[in-house]
Design a binder for this molecule. Structure first.
Ligand SMILES: [Zn+2]
Length: 476
């Protein structure tokens, strides 16, 4: 009910603007939030509305993402696509006339998928399974690998089965994402240990390979890749993800015949680390140029699909926040950076380098925001900061239309900006769009431009711009 009255007050404010200019826009307006009266500066509501208007009518986030996806394509670290994306985003930010545009050198892992992978249930006419090698996986022997399969639901299952049941076999991690989570990030988080730690856990007991049920939320047969982390002290075994329906077929085959064997062939390779870059555009602060606000996404993606939601969208939104400020002649008090981080997917080298240089150069980072949850309709922000800061941000909610930003929750950041928090103690913000479709597409060949809705991505851009506008103006 409190929320209702809050929205009602905000709606009244908006009506005021539209119909009469009945308030002098400089006059603070009092609204009720959490049972307390809060003063809202109508000038801010008006500016945030203008940010939305400009984003929705220009559609420039969407146009940039179109180019990134359809002219450059996917961008795995060390690939030609990643190098082109670095060059192009630098050019775009220069053309927009940002105050500074530059790159940071960073060496990145250089993993190549190789030929199309094969996974087949041996001796079954319908045994061909859809499959993608996990990122950083080693190859199978050149002729492929055939072994019996042992199906498990968890890392703990492998520990309790032990060497006598695991040795010489392919371990099949089959725990699906839990559909009961409303925010699908939690469903993903609850299943992803099979992908990240599954291969080394199985190898510890002598497994020769690993397949997992893709960590996704769609019930289709499109496999989802993603990084796996080998432990150095344990032999590295080939690891791959099966499409959801393929995982069902393998389970069925094992029910019919517990001695079912799987053929797996993958030709992946990890080459020497390759040179790459973070790309940075800046608007220099007019009053506190040494106080930095970072807005970022990651420019690298997996090597399937376009990396449209993950995370072309976040990069294009970061660039557009700066463009919106310029277009509306907002002169930020503090320095605002759009950062295209490199190598979030399989190493976080860009995020680590950014934090390392921030520390080395004695930079003063006020706060950092990352958009890496897709180009979907905005819902809210997660914030890791002092409670008073979170409360302050909450007091700004009435500036936003109720169909955009509805919450500021405690706890949030991003893989690329968390190193800044760990190194300098910088507060962090994660942008939280609607999550229902993200893990249907994430890390899969379906993460393509055609799945992005132009209004949804622009609403996200404007929401981020609105919050950054307020932070720049009022501080934490
Ligand atoms: Zn991402």
């Amino acid at each position: 009910m409190k929320n209702l009255s809050l929205y009602f007050s905000a709606a009244l404010l908006a009506i005021c603007f539209i119909f009469s200019g009945c308030q002098n826009s400089q006059t603070p307006q009092s609204v009720e939030q959490n049972g307390e009266q809060q003063e809202l500066n109508l000038e801010d509501t008006k500016m945030i509305k203008q940010l939305f208007d400009e984003a929705l009518t220009s559609r420039e986030t969407y146009s940039l993402l179109d180019h990134l996806c359809n002219n450059i394509g996917h961008r795995l670290s060390g690939s030609a696509g990643a190098a082109k994306a670095v060059e192009w985003t630098e050019q775009v930010m220069n053309e927009y006339g940002f105050d500074k545009v530059y790159k940071q050198d960073v060496m990145v892992p250089n993993w190549k998928r190789g030929e199309k992978e094969v996974a087949r249930i041996v001796g079954s006419s319908s045994g061909e399974l859809t499959v993608l090698a996990l990122g950083m996986s080693v190859a199978t022997p050149a002729e492929g690998l055939t072994a019996e399969v042992v199906e498990v639901q968890s890392l703990e299952d492998v520990e309790s089965l032990g060497e006598e049941n695991i040795k010489g076999k392919i371990v099949f991690y089959n725990r699906a994402t839990d559909q009961r989570h409303i925010r699908t990030g939690a469903a993903y988080g609850g299943a992803v240990d099979q992908r990240s730690a599954g291969p080394s856990t199985a190898a510890k007991y002598g497994a020769v390979g690993v397949v997992i049920r893709s960590v996704g939320t769609a019930f289709d047969d499109v496999p989802h890749t993603g990084v796996t982390s080998y432990q150095d002290s344990i032999p590295k075994i080939p690891a791959a993800a099966l499409g959801y329906q393929s995982a069902d077929r393998l389970t069925e085959a094992l029910k019919q015949n517990p001695n079912t064997r799987l053929f797996l062939k993958m030709t992946c390779q990890t080459l020497e680390d390759a040179p790459s870059h973070n790309v940075i555009g800046e608007l220099t602060g007019s009053e506190f140029p040494d106080e930095i606000i970072t807005i970022g996404g990651h420019l690298d993606s997996w090597d399937v699909g376009h990396g449209a939601h993950d995370d072309g969208a976040g990069c294009m939104q970061s660039i557009q926040v700066l463009r919106l400020f310029k277009k509306l002649d907002i002169k930020p008090k503090r320095t605002i950076r759009a950062v295209m981080f490199m190598n979030e997917e399989n190493g976080t080298r860009g995020g680590l380098k950014y934090a390392e240089l921030a520390e080395k150069n004695n930079e003063n980072h006020l706060i950092a925001l990352e958009s890496d949850a897709g180009a979907f309709s905005p819902r809210g922000f997660g914030v890791t900061a002092e409670d008073a800061t979170i409360e302050k941000f909450r007091s700004w909610l009435p500036h936003f239309d109720r169909n955009t930003i509805t919450f500021i929750k405690k706890g949030g950041g991003g893989v690329d900006i968390n190193p800044l928090r760990n190194t300098l103690g910088t507060p962090t913000i994660g942008f939280n769009p609607d999550s229902q479709r993200m893990f249907d597409l994430h890390h899969s060949p379906n993460d393509v431009f055609s799945t992005v809705h132009p209004r949804e991505i622009e609403l996200g851009t404007a929401s981020i711009a609105g919050l950054i506008y307020m932070i720049d103006k009022y501080g934490l």
